[in-house]
Design a protein around this ligand. Structure first.
Ligand code: UDX
Length: 447
């Protein structure tokens, strides 16, 4: 009989994972402690913007016309314990306020709520990004608190999905990593992922600690690549070089690779910044802090980029204060194809300029609602054209496709001054210069 699967936490990761498992043919029960989220999901509505996810959900949520009916949602832990052979824990681990370490309380409370309902053999699989050593600790807790005792087993299976590509990354993962302590656990996870394994996704079996570390080290490597190219952008600025050309040229070397070498205002979002900080904090606890001191520099290069964008804007406007200057900001989310504004470099830059007296108007294709909630005092517009009307300078801060396709000539008619600063090195300078704009980007010559 096919395995029955539950998914605890229906945020980004959980909602996508639950829908993907239903797509793979499993009966799935999702649980969340927030009633509004459950109501929405039962109607087939996704609580965030993620391309393809709503369609996937609607194909499977029970009660929706034409759906497979394989995906249901509940708030009842007893029902969850009764239903599942495998329970995936997909709750988040945000950065703790004022600290580097991450907040494990959602993971801990999910395990504590689930444990008393594990009466027979079951596999509990952690997917959240956690400090190394957490799985060890949680396995002991489960064995002590589940009525099934050692038959309630733990495994760790980190998730590598990217926002904007969540559905694709979940159904066709680059690799599957499972930290297990028994053949039974490995066998069950091979069954869950039989389709992607057949389609060629590598399946890496490891111990708990390595599985946890794969996730944090992968994110640290990605953050390092971005901060490396941003450091090169600083040197290019000083030496009159062109970081975009430099990135292209070094990227042809297979050992380096061309991806994640786009210089600009740096990384943000709910993962990379908090993951490298939590990794440093954990290494400190383990007495291995020296091994990760370089991550402190990666973090500070990243944060410096935001300030440098503000300075670039100030200089481009002739120096001095922003008072009375109209600044149009294209982009609010931390990356395109997402409505996520958590730790968004774009909003940080917009906020700094606003605090220094600039009159800022922001437009983003999908992030307006979240941006308004987080920064209610900024100005907002309903389109790029409306945002740039009367602007002294236009800042391109999130690389949405919509912005690459803008009509530079039409926008030029609306602004007070044709001055565009590309904080993502993603626009074509020639297109803008031909339309009469002065184009400037971080780490590139003024031309
Ligand atoms: C990241 C990891 O990629 C993913 O594997 C993990 O599961 C979660 O964290 P995500 O947060 O969705 O995913 O964003 P990602 O695509 O990695 O981009 C992170 C940030 O880096 C964005 O703000 C993006 O704009 C920035 N970035 C990316 C650059 O500044 N330059 C680049 O070259 C690439």
């Amino acid at each position: 009989m096919a395995l029955k699967i539950t998914v605890i936490g229906t945020g980004y990761l959980g909602a996508t994972h639950a829908a993907a498992l239903a797509e793979l043919g499993f009966e799935v029960l999702g649980l969340d402690v927030v009633p509004e989220k459950i109501d929405k999901l039962r109607r087939g509505e996704v609580p965030m913007y993620e391309p393809g996810l709503e369609e996937l959900l609607r194909r499977h949520v029970a009660g929706i016309e034409g759906s497979s009916g394989r995906l249901r949602f509940t708030m009842d832990w007893a029902e969850l314990g009764e239903f599942g052979d495998i329970h995936f824990v997909c709750v988040n681990t945000p950065q703790r306020h004022g600290e580097y370490a991450c907040d494990m309380s959602y993971v801990d409370s999910a395990i504590a709520s689930l444990a008393p309902h594990l009466k027979g053999p079951a596999l509990v699989v952690g997917k959240s990004t956690v400090p190394v050593g957490s799985a060890d600790r949680l396995a002991v807790y489960l064995a002590e608190h589940a009525p099934a005792g050692a038959d309630a087993e733990l495994a760790w299976n980190p998730e590598f999905l990217r926002e904007g590509f969540a559905v694709q990354d979940t159904l066709h993962p680059d690799r599957l990593v499972v930290g297990v302590r028994s053949e039974r656990a490995e066998k069950m996870l091979r069954e869950v992922y039989a389709t992607p394994i057949e389609e060629g996704s590598p399946f890496v079996v490891t111990d708990f600690a390595t599985a946890e570390l794969v996730k944090t080290s992968a994110n640290s490597f990605l953050a390092t690549k971005i901060s490396f190219i941003n450091a090169m952008a600083e040197v290019c600025e000083a030496a009159d070089g062109d970081v975009a050309k430099l990135a292209e040229a070094i990227g042809y070397d297979d050992r380096i690779g061309a991806k994640f070498l786009r210089a600009g205002i740096g990384f943000g979002g709910g993962c990379l910044p908090k993951d490298i900080r939590a990794f440093m904090a954990r290494a400190g606890e383990l007495g291995a802090d020296q091994a990760l001191t370089f991550l402190r520099e990666i973090d500070s290069i990243n944060m410096r980029q935001r300030g440098q964008m503000v300075e670039l804007t100030r200089q481009a406007l002739g120096g001095g204060a922003f008072l009375g200057k109209r600044v149009a900001v294209l982009g609010a989310t931390f990356k395109p194809d997402s409505d996520d504004v958590r730790d968004s470099p774009a909003l940080n830059v917009a906020g700094q300029i606003h605090l220094q007296g600039g009159q800022v108007t922001v437009y983003d294709p999908k992030g307006m609602e979240n941006a308004r909630r987080l920064f209610p005092t900024l100005g907002y517009a309903d389109s790029a054209l409306e945002a740039v009307r009367g602007a002294d300078v236009v800042l391109h801060l999130t690389e949405w496709r919509e912005f690459r396709e803008l009509d530079a000539a039409a926008l030029g008619e609306a602004v007070a001054d044709r001055l565009i600063l590309d904080g993502r090195n993603a626009l074509d300078p020639e297109v803008w210069r031909r339309a009469g704009w002065r184009y400037r980007a971080m780490g590139r010559p003024t031309a």
